[in-house]
Design a protein around this ligand. Sequence first.
Ligand SMILES: [Fe+2]
Length: 203
Amino acid sequence: MDLEVIREKAWQSMGTRHSHPDREPGYAFFHGQRVAKIAVQLRKLVFPDEEQYDDVLVVGSWFHDVGKGIEPHWEYGALICREILADLCPADKLEKIVEIVGSHTLRKAREYPFYVKLVQDADILDHYGSQEIWLRFWHCAYRRESVDYALQFQRDSYMSHVKKVRALLNFSQSAEFFDEKDQFIRDFMERFAKEAEGELLGK
Ligand SMILES: [Fe+2]
C-alpha cells in the first residue's frame, strides 16, 4: 500500500471538514493521525511480533472516523472507506481496514481480532490527557460556557465517565497509559479549580 497516497486521500476527505460542532474543523483527520501512532506504539508493546499488521493499523486508524457526522458513523465510515480505498489496498488488507472502521465503537460487543482492539484502545487514549482538556475547553467555548461549567463537569460527572470508559479498554497496557492521563487531568483540574478562585500556588 502506498501510505503517502492513502494519507492524501484521508486529508481530502477529512482535513478541513467540520464534522462535529464541538470540535475544530479537521479534527477527524488529526485525531486519526494520532490514533494511528498510538495504535502502533501499543502494538509494539502488546504484540511485538506482529509488525506486518502495522499498515492495516495505520490506515484503519486514519479512516476510523471518516463517517463522523453521518450516524451511525462507523457503519457509514466502513462504506465510505471501502469506496475510497478500493483501488489502493489489496483485498485482504482492505477487509481488515473496513473491519476496524466498522467496529471501532462497538467495544466489548463481541470478540474482535487484535488489530481492531488496538485501534479501539488507541481511539480512547487519544481523548485523554492534555487532549481531554483541549476538547473540554473547546466544548465550553463553543457552548459559550463558563469556567464553572468545566469545573462542574469535573465534580459531577468526570469520575463516573472515566470509570465507564476505562472498563472498555482491551489491554492492561492501555489501562496503564489511561491511568496516567487520567491522573494528569485530575491534577490539572484541581489546579484549575484553585486558580479559578484566585488562589496563588507554588509556595
Ligand atoms: Fe475516534
